[in-house]
Design a binder for this molecule. Structure first.
Ligand code: UD1
Length: 373
């Protein structure tokens, strides 16, 4: 009998873990193995749109533990998670802890587990932006340094890990579990009524052309100047193509704090609350393009064939540029306008980098069950 604890904390974690739990259950049943899976939600994200709605739509089991840590500074949030997760580990004594992505919950729980000599598997290992001012980059480097199983989504990740001195035997190129989830749900997502609800479909059933915007990186939204410059530029672009913007709580709070609402009002924006997974994928699939500073959206846009202008100077997901639909535009208005105009005139098609085939979680399950035997 083996016991695995899976950790999720923030919105981008949920779609990465859902297929893994399912694949381990299926693989254990096929092999006649007894595996107990425990789901721990740290509570880093907690509002319904950022959390429980995603659980429902992805068919994730109700967490066995919710640590309810909530928001806070990096030290405070990471510390609270470590303190609470340690108690779960003491009680459950698992054989393995699985963490995903690069959020504070990822490093906090990996660190707890390793200090108790519990093996750690990191899904989405090895991605590097080489920008140590990004809190996620620190989380990635540290989590990878102490993990025992490093599951990678693209080939660049192995080079990054080996370059940091990590034993190649621990690295497994398995593909992308977030794309497993996308491929499973994309048809259901496309038939959601969200476009109609937002009046983006006219009387002749034609979808109105629109762009989609998501913005939440601290480097873009936590200081007044970059946020002001970005919103001014987006307001200008929205006069050519209306922009739908599901607004992240961090960004909303800062627009209010810096008194920048007039920039939104000066453009053609449709400001909406953060969306559940299916509605967001529906909005993304139907958009002419997306402007975003998210990590995962670069990958989803590639698979859906939607041009993605990444409002950052770097990406930890280079394959979305070399093989996908992604262009880095930073927050320079001239670069954004140029890439925007070019994206609207080019044809893009759906792209599937190696192993982004819907079976990444299955590969992970096979490897983990073999090693746990
Ligand atoms: C976190 C992750 C980031 C990820 C992002 C996705 C880290 C370091 N950052 O950033 O990598 O891309 O999640 O959203 O782990 N809030 C709510 N409801 C919630 C959660 C947060 O209203 O459910 C508000 C709080 O006021 C909080 C702010 O949003 O202060 C930011 O949340 P936080 O988890 O600190 O960081 P994110 O910017 O979401």
């Amino acid at each position: 009998m083996s016991k695995i604890i899976h950790v999720v904390g923030a919105r981008p974690n949920f779609m990465k873990i859902a297929p893994v739990i399912e694949a381990i259950n299926a693989s254990a049943a096929r092999k006649g193995r007894s595996v107990t899976q425990i789901l721990v939600h740290t509570g880093q994200h907690y509002t319904p749109e950022m959390s429980s709605l995603m659980f429902e739509q992805l068919g994730l089991p109700t967490p066995d533990y919710n640590l309810d840590v909530g928001s806070g500074g990096h030290g405070q949030q990471t510390g609270r998670i470590m303190e609470a997760f340690e108690q779960v580990l003491l009680k459950e004594q698992p054989d393995l802890v699985v963490v995903v992505g690069d959020v504070n919950s990822t490093i906090a729980c990996a660190l707890d587990a390793k200090k108790m000599n519990i093996p750690v598997a990191h899904i989405e290992a090895g991605l590097r932006s080489f920008d140590r001012e990004m809190p996620e980059e620190i989380n990635r480097i540290l989590t990878d340094a102490i993990s025992d199983y490093l599951f990678t989504t693209e080939e660049s990740a192995r080079m990054n890990l080996v370059g940091e001195g990590i034993d190649g035997g621990k690295i497994f190129f398995v593909g992308n579990t977030m794309i497993d989830t996308l491929l499973k749900h994309k048809d259901a997502a496309k038939s959601r009524p969200i476009l109609k609800q937002l009046n983006l479909i006219d009387g002749n059933h034609n979808t109105q052309a629109y762009g989609l915007v998501t913005l939440h990186r601290p480097s873009n939204v936590d200081k007044v100047e970059p946020l002001k410059e970005l919103l001014s530029c987006l307001a200008e672009l929205s006069k050519d193509l209306p922009l739908v913007m599901p607004i992240h709580p961090r960004t909303k709070a800062n627009i209010e704090k810096f008194n920048l609402m007039h920039l939104i009002e000066s453009g053609n924006f449709l400001l909406i609350e953060p969306q559940g997974y299916l509605d967001f994928i529906c909005l993304l699939s139907n958009a002419k393009l997306i402007l975003s500073d998210s990590g995962g959206i670069q990958e989803e846009a590639t698979v859906l064939g939607v041009p993605c202008l990444t409002l950052r100077e770097n990406t930890e997901r280079p394959i979305t540029i070399s093989e996908g639909t992604n262009t880095l535009v930073g927050n320079n208005p001239n670069a954004i306008v140029k890439a925007f105009n070019s994206a609207l005139t080019k044809d893009f098609s759906e792209k599937r980098p190696k192993y982004w085939d819907g079976s990444a979680a299955q590969r992970i399950a096979e490897i983990l069950l073999t090693h746990l035997a």
